[in-house]
Design a binder for this molecule. Structure first.
Ligand code: 5GP
Ligand code: ZN
Length: 138
């Protein structure tokens, strides 16, 4: 339920202050302390789970529903031009806090972090892509 060493569990318990924009029995939504843009927020499930692999399907579905609601609300209130929904799993993927969270990052034309999430293409041969496609088929 709770991890004693987890900073987000401490925020959820109110032991570390945060700017909270929404709370219900399952989630707390806070402003990111180091925002990438105006209004950058984090959806935190109250139950401690490290990542996408650990969170229950039911809770993830609720998080997605909440993300949709917040995205519309942010768009109305902040007048942003777009929004990124981002969720990192594992250190190599950029995760720094190992309590599942979704980033809601409002985007504005000409903003400082305009190149946020810009990546270069990796090259794969058609054969390699066929192989990976075969491997990934569900
Ligand atoms: P990650 O890199 O794990 O996907 O994202 C972690 C996010 O949590 C970062 O954007 C970071 O700024 C934010 N963060 C880390 N510690 C705190 C904190 O104590 N309070 C708040 N509000 N955000 C935090
Ligand atoms: Zn936690």
């Amino acid at each position: 339920m709770r991890d004693e060493n987890c900073i987000f569990c401490k925020i959820i318990a109110g032991e570390i202050p945060s700017r909270t924009i929404y709370e219900d029995q399952d989630f707390k939504v806070i402003l990111d302390v180091n925002p990438a843009s105006k209004g950058h927020a984090l959806i935190l499930p109250k139950e401690h789970c490290a990542n996408i692999y650990e969170i229950s399907t039911e809770l993830l579905a609720k998080a997605a529903t909440l993300a949709k609601k917040l995205a519309s609300h942010m768009s109305d209130v902040l007048d942003c031009d777009g929004l990124n929904l981002l969720q990192n799993n594992g250190e190599v993927a950029g995760q720094t806090v190992f309590h599942f969270h979704m980033h809601l990052i409002p985007r504005y034309k000409g903003m400082k972090n305009d190149d946020l999430l810009v990546w270069t293409h990796e090259e794969f041969t058609a054969e390699e892509q066929d192989d990976i496609c075969k491997k990934l088929k569900l």
